[in-house]
Design a protein around this ligand. Structure first.
Ligand SMILES: Cc1ncc(COP(=O)(O)O)c(C=O)c1O
Length: 372
């Protein structure tokens, strides 16, 4: 049975062009600065984002971590979304490794934080009781609001507040290119307000490994030191960077432009699900606990929803029929579309979900599941 794997866009396999480029990559010892393919990737990423320099790192988590290490001193504090990856899903690296605290603010339906709340969250540096605010982080796309893209106007407003407060703004852009494609603007435009950003090659862009951090030359130098400290200095890493160079090619030769197909497929899936009894809204920060699923909210590659079923039984019933879904916090289920999923898979996924609803017994949505 062919599996339809909608657990995440991280399950994507390298394209045949990537595999060829990896096999043929010219390499050297990147810790000595000798790997031409890593250099080429870093230069290409910096150029696409309109930044002075970039750094290839092992993962999105490492990218966010080295960015924090480069921006922050021990005892400082970061303002970030309550439901953001940096706050929820990076094993408290900010505390354990960077030695900083987080001031977490609730995000709104569209993944943004209230601008006045960001302003109010800055600490009083003249009060010795308080940590000193050192960084603002936003997540684009914002995973927990159904992968919503944050637009340049919002990014610029947050950056202006950060800069008024004398601190930089970092974008966790694990799915930065999904945001750019959904908004119909260039990476350069979307990256412009940020002092630094991370994007992942290993998600929708289909590379096997890696992320890129970008910013000023000076910031990247500090991030490079931080990467070494974390054990992230990689040697003949050009074998991996070669896949990234393929991903970042212009037009259909790369894997950025085609993200639009993933967004179309996600919307198609959401439309089909919204018509099914038993499928409810994710009950997330955006939607009431027990409302219907609104497919209009799906503009990138995530569909979040809940089921009037025992979630485990439902997810298992789907898996038994060949559809893999991810269990997300707060009793949600996530379906993420990606390069391995075609329009025909969406049709089959819809049929499987309908059948799984039919073979699991109804259970009302628990309001507690939506408590945030
Ligand atoms: C929003 C966000 N940021 C960062 C990351 C971390 O990426 P990685 O899994 O490569 O460490 C993820 C991973 O899913 C993510 O969704």
């Amino acid at each position: 049975m062919d599996l339809i794997d909608l657990r995440s866009d991280t399950v994507t396999r390298p394209t045949p062009e990537m595999r060829r480029a990896m096999a043929d990559a010219e390499v050297g010892d990147d810790v000595f600065g000798d790997d031409p393919t890593v250099h080429a990737l870093e230069e290409r990423a910096a150029e696409l984002l309109g930044k002075e320099a970039a750094l290839f790192v092992a993962s999105g988590t490492m990218g966010n971590l080295v960015a924090q290490m480069a921006h922050l001193a021990r005892g400082q504090e970061t303002i970030a979304g309550y439901q953001s990856h940096v706050v929820l899903d990076e094993a408290a690296g900010h505390a354990v490794v960077v030695g900083t605290s987080v001031r977490a603010l609730r995000e709104r339906a569209d993944g943004t934080m209230d601008l006045d709340e960001i302003r109010d969250a800055f600490r009083d540096a003249s009060d010795p009781h308080q940590p000193i605010t050192g960084l603002v982080v936003i997540e684009n796309t914002h995973a927990h609001s159904m992968g919503r893209p944050l637009d340049v106007a919002y990014e610029s407003a947050v950056a202006a507040i950060a800069h008024e407060g004398g601190v930089p703004m970092h974008i966790d852009g694990a799915r930065f290119w999904n945001a750019a494609v959904a908004l119909g603007i260039s990476g350069r435009e979307l990256a412009a307000p940020a002092d630094s950003l991370t994007f992942c090659l290993s998600k929708g862009l289909s590379c096997p490994v890696g992320s890129v951090v970008a910013g000023t030359r000076d910031f990247i130098w500090r991030a490079r030191r931080a990467r070494k400290l974390l054990g992230g200095g990689m040697r003949q890493a050009g074998v991996l960077a070669a896949a990234g160079l393929v991903a970042l090619r212009d037009g259909p030769a790369g894997t950025i432009e085609r993200l639009a197909d993933d967004h179309d497929n996600a919307r198609r899936l959401a439309e089909a699900l919204s018509a099914m009894a038993g499928i409810r809204s994710p009950g997330d920060i955006a939607q009431p606990a027990d409302g219907p699923l609104d497919p209009g909210r799906v503009v990138t590659n995530f569909v979040l929803f809940r089921v009037e079923r025992d979630r485990r039984a439902f997810v298992d019933a789907c898996a038994g029929r060949g559809l893999l879904l991810d269990s997300f916090p707060h009793d949600q289920i996530r379906a993420a579309t990606h390069r391995g999923i075609g329009a025909d898979d969406i049709v089959r996924a819809t049929e499987i979900i309908q059948a799984a609803l039919g073979e699991t017994s109804r259970r009302p949505i628990s309001a507690a599941g939506a408590a945030r």
